[in-house]
Design a protein around this ligand. Structure first.
Ligand code: NAG
Ligand code: NAG
Ligand code: NAG
Ligand code: NAG
Length: 444
């Protein structure tokens, strides 16, 4: 696994239909082979407003167009009303026991968001009702599920974008490796752009509103939360990451930090020249992440966090030394960002112990002691009847959200999306009707 696929510097763009790199496995990147003419205007518009993207040749040339589309809606945004919950007027004591202003950055594709979304709203966003949500998500047929975020307390910025192939610079080709990444360095760059794009939005929003955040929580659209993100995960001056799943470096499936540490942690593209200068070469996502932190003198600490990454991907069972264990979502946890799915438990207690003791500690290993981890046999597709398993595990409220999303009519979808748009200060996305029709069919 470590040596799968040699580097091919000649490869410039995504190979269609290839397997996916590890960090992107749960995003549906097939639409990257985009040739749909109807989308091309949106594509053009999107690339013209990726603010200060160093790879975007249009970013300065099209500034007027950008400011035309990037509408700030003072009349609709909560922050306009400083007597309610204006961003520029937070009290020092936030909800949830963390002091200071907080941005929550949510990145990735919406593939199973009907399962993960309600848990993110309840156990992350509603725990910190004064926090501003920033969403950075690639557009696909599942994007309509993002309407579940209309229940978020505050939404600062939504960007649902059509991904573009990114240029691969010489420093990037030296610093990164395509090893373990079937989409090569391009796959890594797409992922890094997803993460750094969130920081770009946060910085732009701070300038718009003339304030700075004290904290940034960076998390994923495909994360399923089993318990609240508590105040103990906010450590000043130190970047917090989940334990395990470190793949030779630092687990990059979530991060919490103050502004200074977060700027370093989220600058996944723009720090590459510095990694190159420091002689850091042939890195994967996790080793590059660690190099970013260490070369910038940012200390980090790993803690067990109560979420897992819901994955459709199939993994051999039982996992070998460098294999990936897939947790049952019903595991007691915390699962600390391990891959998971709803399943009939295939392995627990002694069976888990035998498997986990065979895994490489510095690779896909995750905490398993004291019965906290139950494993799925994930060598095939999700088992039939997984919906019932999920509903029983997640409880009736999450179950009803799942069913509601599946039964949505285009018209209700559009209404809910529009409601979310009205509550969002900066909105960059295809028309709500397009998003809903793409996901739910053309009917009406
Ligand atoms: C601000 O919110 C308060 C309380 O909800 C409301 O009474 C007031 O009319 C609002 N002001 C503006 C300008 O929207
Ligand atoms: C931004 O806020 C600072 C401190 O509150 C203030 O001194 C400054 O004038 C403000 N700038 C703008 C452009 O509003
Ligand atoms: C962040 O960095 C700046 C500049 O290095 C420093 O002055 C400031 O004290 C730092 N803030 C925190 C919270 O560490
Ligand atoms: C990190 O610390 C080392 C040793 O103290 C120092 O030489 C280097 O300049 C620091 N780097 C940054 C980016 O602060």
């Amino acid at each position: 696994m470590m040596n799968g696929g040699g580097a091919s510097p000649g490869r410039k763009f995504f190979g269609a239909g290839n397997l996916l790199p590890r960090w992107l496995t749960d995003l549906d990147w097939r639409f990257l082979t985009l040739t749909i003419p109807a989308l091309s205007l949106f594509v053009f518009v999107t690339i013209t407003f990726t603010p200060s993207n160093p790879y975007n040749p249009f970013s300065s040339n099209f500034a007027p167009l950008r400011s035309f589309f990037l509408v700030d809606r003072p009349n609709h945004h909560p922050a306009a009303n400083s007597s309610s919950f204006g961003a520029a007027n937070h009290s020092p004591a936030e909800g949830g026991g963390v002091r200071g202003r907080m941005a929550v950055c949510l990145v990735g594709g919406a593939r199973r968001f009907e399962l993960t979304g309600p848990s993110i709203v309840e156990r992350v966003l509603k725990v910190y009702p004064e926090a501003d949500l920033f969403l950075h998500s690639p557009y696909d047929k599942n994007s309509f599920k993002l309407l579940l975020l209309s229940k978020a307390p505050r939404i600062a910025w939504v960007r649902i974008f059509q991904p573009q192939p990114m240029p691969e610079t010489q420093p990037e080709l030296r610093v990164l490796t395509s090893s373990g990444s079937p989409n090569g360095i391009q796959g890594l760059l797409q992922y890094f752009n997803l993460v750094e794009g969130c920081l770009t939005m946060i910085k732009a929003y701070q300038e718009q509103r003339n304030f700075t955040y004290d904290w940034i929580v960076r998390t994923r659209v495909d994360g399923y939360w089993t318990a609240p993100l508590g105040p103990e995960f906010f450590v000043p001056g130190t970047y917090l990451v989940p334990t395990g799943s470190s793949f030779g470096g630092v687990n990059d499936r979530l991060g919490v930090g103050d502004m200074n540490t977060s700027i370093v942690a989220l600058s996944r593209l723009s720090l590459i020249p510095q990694l190159d200068a420091a002689g850091k070469h042939q890195l994967n996502s996790e080793t590059s992440f660690r190099a970013q932190l260490t070369t910038q003198n940012v200390s980090y600490v790993a803690k067990r966090l109560p979420f897992c990454i819901v994955s459709d991907r199939q993994y051999g069972f039982p996992p070998a030394h460098y294999g990936v264990p897939v947790a049952a979502m019903s595991s007691p946890g915390p699962l600390s960002g391990a891959k998971c799915r709803p399943c009939t438990v295939a392995c627990r207690d002694k069976c888990v112990e035998d498997i986990m003791k065979g895994l490489d500690q510095g690779w896909s290993w995750t905490n398993w002691e004291k019965g906290t981890l139950h494993l799925c046999d994930a060598h095939g597709e999700w088992e039939s009847g997984w919906e019932k398993i999920f509903d029983r595990m997640a409880g009736s409220r999450m179950a009803s959200e799942r069913k509601r999303v599946w039964k949505l009519k285009v018209r209700d979808c559009v209404n809910e999306f529009e409601e979310m748009r009205r509550r969002t200060a900066n909105w960059e996305a295809p028309a709500s009707a397009e998003i809903c029709k793409l996901g739910l069919g053309k009917a009406r």
